[in-house]
Design a protein around this ligand. Structure first.
Ligand SMILES: Nc1ncnc2c1ncn2[C@@H]1O[C@H](COP(=O)(O)OP(=O)(O)OP(=O)(O)O)[C@@H](O)[C@H]1O
Length: 530
């Protein structure tokens, strides 16, 4: 997500914003415990507990759009668009349908001009320097180009220690502790005449560009290729400008027992050294062990599970091409269709020279019948799926359950999000639908109780727990920009509406945000007003 200058330059956006936010207000970088700095003239509200506080976490990471895949595994785009935040709200008028009414309502607020500014909240709230450094997140550039040096001056990859996790009840490896620093940013709103403080503002449109899944039939039936998926990938985080922590290890891919065809794909993708999580997990996964890997988003875990999964397929006897129901050998389950698209795109990259191995994707939002035809037309050994849609196929697609009996590797990506999003039952169903004799890889940024429960069901008892997240380190990826707005309670809804509306107008491939409301009664009353 970028906050680009397109927001202030959008007259419609300005008018809405200014109507909504008719006062000079400053926003503060998020400290571990909330607001860290006020700044003169700022309008302060206490963070967290105060109903007047609005904090927005905005990230370019995959984890920031979980709402999309709610219901049906891939999520309906209309989670917001259709005005159906939830059943109850769904009975009220749609936010979009009743746009004019909302505009009227917003225009009753006193207009004023405004500017937005992003700050790097944690280090440099007031200077305005280095703000949104690296806003071109650079994933497109294809690789994590430079080594980051840890806060303690240590490259994360060089740190490796084994600790005992009593909670989990088995040996865990802790690797590369300080991967992340959690860059924090604050969104600031100023008066228009506060020229000095104006900065390029990352635009909402810098989030994922995800195609509408209701493509035409012909497009949908095409097999997934690297180039076809190229545009769907997130930009590679450009960490070349980063000054802290290292994602890359010193270990090169060619030091691992990887097939020459995979190596060619890796090389073409621009990867040379492994990331910390790849270095830690690859040798173990390649041995065929089950793994629970605790790793944050954006640290290269997709390659960490895909590469050894591809290698597992390479070792299988060739499949009869005329087989009616060719087995699916690797099943990757992701919480959102965006994550699934990314994983499939990454797989397509790695499979570039494996002409006999195919990848397909099944996600909510795409017509089931189209996916069925595509699965039929382009048999695949790797299937990337969102849980709801996968369950749909298990139940409704002829021969699908049989094909799943060929699964050798099951991957649960972002397991914590899968469970947060209420997919537990679907996951259990999926686990039951694949053979017991398989390798299971579970990746998660956090390992709360519900993830442990899934581990008990999904993983073998002797699985390895590999932890690349240092104890006590912050939850959020250093490159996931975080922002928060502080606004009086009675302006929050209109501000939120304006932000969403502007974002949607700015980028038709908009993302839906999940908004956690601090004062539900207040918000409900506002929403019902619509
Ligand atoms: N060894 C590597 N060297 C350079 N770039 C890499 C390497 N491994 C992965 N990348 C790139 O880094 C980016 C982030 O990796 P990836 O998406 O796999 O991370 P992730 O942990 O799965 O994060 P997310 O949850 O956001 O997808 C990807 O665009 C990928 O192409």
């Amino acid at each position: 997500m970028k906050f680009s200058s397109s927001i202030p330059s959008s007259s419609r956006g300005i008018s809405v914003f200014s109507k909504v936010f008719p006062f000079k207000c400053k926003y503060f970088g998020l400290g571990r415990n909330g607001l860290v700095n006020g700044g003169s003239g700022a309008r302060k509200f206490s963070s967290g507990s105060s109903p007047a506080s609005f904090r927005s976490r905005i990230g370019g990471s995959r984890s920031s759009e979980l709402s999309r895949s709610r219901g049906g595994g891939g999520g309906e785009r209309g989670g917001f668009q259709g005005g159906s935040f939830s059943g109850r709200i769904g009975q009220a008028k749609s936010l979009i349908e009743e746009e004019d009414e909302v505009d009227d309502w917003i225009s009753e607020l006193k207009p004023d001009s405004f500017r937005l500014e992003g700050t790097s909240g944690s280090d440099d709230e007031n200077s305005g320097r280095d703000r949104f450094r690296g806003s071109g997140r650079g994933r497109d550039s294809g690789s994590m180009r430079s080594q980051r040096v840890g806060r303690g001056g240590l490259s994360a990859s060089r740190r490796s220690r084994e600790t005992e996790d009593s909670d989990l009840g088995y040996g865990q490896r802790q690797v590369g502790g300080s991967l992340l620093g959690g860059r924090k940013q604050a969104l600031q709103i100023f008066d228009a005449d506060d020229e000095k403080k104006e900065k390029a503002i990352p635009s909402f449109g810098d989030f994922l560009s995800e195609e509408d899944s209701e493509e035409d039939d012909e497009e949908d039936l095409k097999p997934i290729s690297g180039s076809a998926l190229k545009d769907k990938t997130h930009p590679v985080p450009d960490i070349s400008s980063g000054k802290d922590e290292s994602y890359l290890s010193e270990t090169r891919f060619d030091q691992c027992a990887i097939s020459s065809l995979s190596m060619k794909g890796i090389k073409d993708a621009g990867y040379e050294k492994m990331t910390v999580v790849q270095e830690a997990t690859l040798p173990i996964i390649l041995k065929g062990k089950d793994v629970l890997a605790k790793a944050r988003t954006g640290t290269g875990k997709t390659v960490a599970f895909l590469l050894p999964a591809i290698e597992a397929i390479v070792k299988l006897p060739p499949v009869d091409r005329d087989q009616k129901r060719p087995p699916i050998n690797v099943l990757v389950v992701c919480p959102t269709r965006e994550l699934a698209s990314q994983a499939a795109a990454e797989a397509a990259k790695l499979l570039k020279y494996h002409s006999s191995i195919g990848v397909q994707i099944v996600i909510g939002g795409v017509r089931l019948s189209l996916e069925q035809k595509r699965l039929q037309a382009n048999p695949c050994q790797i299937l990337v799926a969102t849980p709801g849609r996968l369950k749909d196929h298990i139940e409704n697609t002829a021969g699908f359950a049989t094909r799943l009996m060929g699964v050798k590797v099951l991957v649960l990506d972002e397991a914590d999000h899968l469970l947060d999003m209420g997919f537990r039952k679907d996951i259990e169903k999926i686990i039951a639908a694949v053979p017991k004799q398989r390798q299971t890889l579970l990746f998660s940024a956090t390992v709360p109780e519900d993830v442990r429960q899934i581990c008990h069901i999904a993983l073998k008892r002797d699985h390895e727990f590999i932890n690349t997240v240092e104890e006590g380190s912050e939850e959020t990826h250093a490159l996931v920009r975080q922002m928060h707005l502080v606004a009086p309670l009675d302006k929050q809804f209109s501000l939120l509406y304006a932000l969403l509306k502007d974002h949607i107008a700015d980028d038709i491939d908009y993302k839906v945000w999940i908004v956690y409301l601090l004062n539900v009664d207040f918000w409900m009353s506002k929403i019902i007003l619509l």
